[in-house]
Design a protein around this ligand. Structure first.
Ligand code: AMP
Ligand code: MG
Length: 347
């Protein structure tokens, strides 16, 4: 156990790069420590991407399998050129359209970042985050920062500093608390070494948005077929799972009501994951939580992980979840929900 430091930072403050709290956190990164910090997607657990020793601490703190590579966070295009050998015209177009923002590009690695980051692959995943605290921290540290989500492996990703504390307190050097994150789901991972480019993980930037800028976009077959090995190593692992057994129920309100009734007859404590529109539709369930407004899928993405964690706090035996349309950010929402449910669907 180490004593995990906490720094509170107002993301809207001026001159964040000179903020003593940010400087203290950056000093930690420079000294080879791991520090959690907010990004616009979820909280990240950062270390100097050039230091193998520092990056190994990330894997240890999270309990992350070592074959699952990390995303390198940068502040400028200059940083990208330092890390990657070839930024082809399509990658450039995507970067110009969506950076800073919730999109990660997989590009050929120059070998500048540690092989702990790339898990020995010849490619590296890079992202320029759009969060003032993340940007200030990267600049102040003066190095690219490798950062996966700041949760214990397998748990829902953290969208508030308190989630990081719950999972990693005593295991990491420090946490920069910059309030709640915005997007709420992780970045879209796009492999730019294929033609056309391939979406390896759906996320904050939708397929529709990518297509609008570059036209053709492929999807990793593993996103739809379970017999395929995903090209993003992380996609093969169990993820985001609450403690209770969770099921997705495409049948919606009527079907869930019936399932709740059965569970109650068997004396079980039942949770329902719903939206504002249906908050009062499940009077027999023990815990009914809304993850936002169905009509505003961004609000659902924003709250999803916090709601999954809330079910753990309220101790339920089983969770039934409504499902969402897979257009736009809905694709990322359904991907995370499906993983949280370990693929269990009640058709
Ligand atoms: P996380 O940072 O935990 O949100 O996960 C990052 C995701 O990007 C994981 O699914 C990784 O397997 C994936 N990833 C990172 N680097 C690469 C790479 N070089 N090639 C393919 N996928 C990658
Ligand atoms: Mg993660």
């Amino acid at each position: 156990m180490i004593e995990t430091k906490q720094w509170r930072v107002d993301p809207e403050a001026a001159d964040l790069e000179q903020d003593p709290q940010i400087l203290a956190a950056a000093e930690g990164i420079k000294n080879g420590e791991v520090v959690a910090f907010p990004t616009e997607t979820v909280y990240g657990l950062g270390a100097n991407a050039k230091s193998r020793e520092a990056c190994l601490k990330i894997f240890e703190a999270k309990g992350r399998p070592s074959d699952n590579p990390l995303i390198v966070h940068v502040a400028t295009f200059e940083d990208v050129r330092e890390i990657c050998t070839d930024i082809n015209p399509i990658a450039r177009k995507l970067a110009e359209a969506f950076w800073p923002g919730p999109m990660t590009l997989v590009l050929p690695s120059r070998g500048e970042v540690s092989d702990a980051v790339t898990a020995g692959l010849s490619t590296v995943a890079v992202r320029m985050p759009d969060h003032p605290v993340a940007r200030a921290l990267i600049r102040a540290a003066g190095v690219p920062i490798a950062a996966p989500s700041a949760n214990s492996s397998g748990r829902p990703s953290p969208t508030r500093a308190e989630h990081v504390v719950n999972d990693l307190n005593g295991k990491i050097y420090g946490i920069v608390d910059g309030g709640e994150t915005g997007v709420g789901v992780e970045s879209t991972v796009v492999d730019c070494t294929t033609t056309p480019v391939t979406i390896l993980r759906p996320g904050g930037i939708s397929r529709e948005q990518l297509t609008e800028v570059i036209g053709l976009v492929a999807s990793d077959p593993a996103m739809v077929r379970s017999d395929q090995t995903p090209k993003a190593p992380g996609m093969k692992y169990r993820h985001y799972a609450p403690e209770a057994m969770m099921y997705l129920v495409p049948g919606g309100k009527e079907r869930i009501t019936e399932l709740v009734k059965n569970e109650k007859e068997n004396g079980r404590r039942v949770g329902v994951l719903t939206t504002e529109e249906h908050l009062n539709s499940y009077p027999r369930a023990d815990i009914v939580l809304s993850c936002g407004k169905r009509a505003e899928p961004e609000s659902v993405a924003h709250s999803l992980f916090a709601v999954l964690r809330e079910f753990d706090k309220r101790k339920v035996d089983v969770i039934y979840s409504e499902t969402f349309s897979e257009t736009g950010i809905g694709k990322a929402i359904m991907n995370r929900l499906s993983k949280a449910a370990s693929g269990r669907v009640i058709e």
